[in-house]
Design a protein around this ligand. Structure first.
Ligand SMILES: [Zn+2]
Ligand SMILES: [Zn+2]
Length: 135
């Protein structure tokens, strides 16, 4: 695969800008997302379609990142160490900051399902912000 063939090519919302020097075993490319973010994506991910944007567009990919996403009153800060759910499965959990200023750790599925929309400071979810951006 020649550099010239990749540069400028589009994969979903990503446009390949330049080749990334070897950081790992995989060949990676710097891409510009339509949203303006730059991301480093492995060539395999581009070709297999598992990376079609910088992460700004949510889909059902279990590996996608939640940082900066808003769910009700919560804004996701970062992922923390996984915990065991009541079903004994390892759950992805995320540190979030509530509008009231408190920080809470919330399982990913509670965020995505809309079950948890605040630190508990209110029972009335902020209806003005949708958590279902299926863009
Ligand atoms: Zn993007
Ligand atoms: Zn709160």
């Amino acid at each position: 695969m020649e550099k010239a063939e990749m540069t400028g090519r589009r994969f979903g919302m990503l446009t390949v800008i330049s080749r990334v020097p070897y950081t790992q075993a995989v060949r990676s490319w710097k891409c510009l997302c339509d949203c303006g973010n730059e991301v480093i994506v492995s060539q395999d991910d581009l070709f297999w379609g598992s990376a079609s944007n910088c992460g700004c567009k949510r889909d059902d990919d279990p590996g996608f990142r939640l940082e900066g996403n808003k769910y009700g009153r919560l804004t996701v800060i970062r992922e923390v160490d996984p915990i065991f759910s009541p079903e004994e499965t390892l759950e992805s959990v995320w540190l979030c900051r509530c509008k009231c200023g408190r920080k809470v750790v919330v399982p990913r599925n509670k965020l995505l399902s809309g079950d948890t929309l605040s630190c508990g400071c209110t029972d009335t979810p902020d209806s003005s912000s949708s958590n279902q951006e299926m863009v």
